[in-house]
Design a protein. Structure first.
Length: 414
């Protein structure tokens, strides 16, 4: 049983938190990523339409009440809940200040919203990786041009997109179910959409159901099938949200679990576990073997080129933080949009069209970009520190499941 007195003290604060998140959502259309609580509460918030000044003052007062509570001696889940509500409320205040016009630097914003300090890498870090790729990519021209040319052979034909995604999803689900008991009625549907600043998105609707949207504006390469199936589906966002629903909300009665504030510390855990989940569900060479056996033949691609493709892809993944540097400089005003796009072409090896799409992502989601790479690194370190290394898959899955069904946040991963 949970510590009743602690929960009784935290529950009114959690109710206020939910109300405040929904209230910020009336001013910021992207803020509420998911809500599956009582419809009448949302209607009430819409009718009230609290001002930003009111929201901020209420959040600050609630934080004082929360910090005055003594949770010493409470079990871990209650202490984690206390920390979760505190960090989420602090982040909410920062987001309200942004909506009121306060300007944060990229690093200040990342710390205030996501409870994490993003690392900085010099240009030489990326240049070294680019030089390695220069030595193995075929053809002539810049590394970016040659990389783009090399990948053309691995674009999934549009008429095969769905069958390939479905095959990847089936495999990811089968593997995830070996280690995680999923809700009996869980499922999701896939929609193919256009004109979005992202490549994929999971919209959790509650009761184990998600809508997953795939953006088909730009070419989709074969590696994205498993990436998106795992990241958006199993064991990524769909599983994460389903477990928060069934464990935190339905089992423990944590009502704050039925609302998800996108620009908050929770997102670093959500994106970090979704990205690390790709490695968890396909450890070692198992992904290459699966793609060689199933996805490459489905796509009509030469299976003899799987190893070469992933050798180059592994180097490409080391450039992950190049996007953060572009976002930092662009949002801090030291790079124009065109300069940021050029940086992404040179050091993130994006096509010009994809680079422009990414700058639009910066416009909308700003420092959110840290949640993918820094989130993945922090989650990986945390799980491996607790014994969940690649050679101990059972332990790795146990720690992964424990993390995605708890209210632990970035500062709790150290």
């Amino acid at each position: 049983m949970l510590h009743t007195q602690t929960q009784q003290s935290l529950s009114p604060i959690a109710e206020t938190y939910v109300n405040l998140v929904l209230s910020v959502g009336q001013h910021d259309g992207s803020y509420v990523d998911a809500y599956y609580g009582p419809p009448q509460l949302l209607e009430q918030v819409k009718a009230e339409k609290k001002s930003l000044v009111n929201i901020k003052s209420t959040a600050e007062q609630t934080l004082k009440e929360l910090q005055s509570l003594d949770v010493k001696g409470a079990e871990e889940i209650s202490s984690l809940r206390h920390q979760y509500l505190s960090k989420q409320l602090q982040s909410l205040v920062a987001r309200v200040e942004m909506l009121q016009g306060k300007i944060f630097s990229f690093d200040e914003e990342a710390k205030a919203l996501y409870d994490a300090a993003p690392p900085t890498f010099p240009e030489s870090h990326f240049q070294k990786i680019i030089s390695e790729m220069d030595g193995i990519l075929p053809g002539k021209g810049s590394v970016s041009e040659r990389y783009e040319e090399f990948k053309k052979e691995f674009i999934i034909p549009k008429d095969k997109l769905d069958s390939i995604f479905q095959a990847a999803i089936v495999e990811c689900r089968k593997r995830t179910k070996e280690y995680i008991d999923l809700p009996e009625n869980e499922s999701f549907t896939i929609e193919y959409v256009n004109d979005k600043p992202w490549s994929g998105y999971n919209w959790y609707k509650g009761n184990g159901f998600s809508l997953i949207q795939m953006n088909t504006d730009l070419p989709i390469y074969i590696d994205r099938a498993v990436d998106l199936a795992a990241h958006e589906g199993y064991p990524g966002h769909h599983v994460y949200n389903s477990l928060l629903d069934t464990v935190l909300y339905r089992k423990y009665g944590f009502i704050e679990a039925y609302v998800y504030a996108l620009f908050s510390p929770q997102s670093l855990i959500a994106e970090g576990t979704a990205n690390f989940g790709i490695e968890v569900v396909f450890p070692g060479n198992e992904r290459i073997e699966f793609e060689k056996k199933v996805l490459f033949p489905l796509a009509g691609m030469d299976v003899k080129k799987v190893e070469t493709y992933y050798k180059i892809h592994e180097l490409f993944l080391k450039l992950a933080y190049a996007g953060n540097e572009a976002a930092r400089c662009y949002l801090n005003g030291t790079m124009t949009r065109d300069e940021a796009a050029a940086w992404l072409v040179k050091y993130a090896l994006m096509s010009p069209d994809r680079a422009q799409q990414r700058t639009r992502f910066f416009d909308t989601y700003r420092s959110y970009v840290i949640n993918y790479n820094l989130g993945q690194d922090l989650v990986k370190q945390y799980i491996e520190k607790r014994g969940g290394t690649a050679d101990k898959p059972q332990k790795r899955w146990e720690e992964f499941k424990r993390l995605i069904s708890s209210p632990r946040l970035p500062s709790g991963l150290t």
